[in-house]
Design a protein around this ligand. Sequence first.
Ligand code: SF4
Ligand code: SF4
Length: 166
Amino acid sequence: MASKIQEILGSAAAIAKGMGITFKEMLQPTITEDYPDGPALFQERYRGAHQLQRDDNGMEKCVACFLCAAACPAECIYIEAAENTDKLRISGGERYASVYNIDYSRCIFCGYCVEACPTDAITHGHGFEIAAYNTSTLIIRKEQMLVKIPEGATPPAIPVPVAAGH
Ligand code: SF4
Ligand code: SF4
């Protein structure tokens, strides 16, 4: 009988202790994110969707060296290189990436491409809303990754396409 009473008292004490912690936490500030009703906050080191950076003059930093593609364990980076010319200069190097795709159905966000890049052209942003029902939409193109031309920068020499028949 005495052991039964001890058992009941032990259980009651455990419940009281647990409820005490619950009530104490109820009075503390909320530390969980209120997403999607509130902004999602990230640590600076968070590896989100990639960004292709520009230099201070607005030129693309990528010089199409293919080192990121070589370092990628998922083989999800596709690049086509083209030569800069006097009339068409896109990057500060000899070449630029005329095509730069990342297939996010394969990317594991390991960051090896970022580490391999000698010009800091490819970086991780904080974009994370990239889920899709159709994996073919997960191939992200250069135009979607390129950051805006910095304010006040001299825009790179991008020729205006000539309309057919002119
Ligand atoms: S983060 Fe990793 S898997 Fe994704 S593109 Fe870069 S190297 Fe490849
Ligand atoms: S992103 Fe960097 S590593 Fe990749 S091709 Fe461009 S310059 Fe080379």
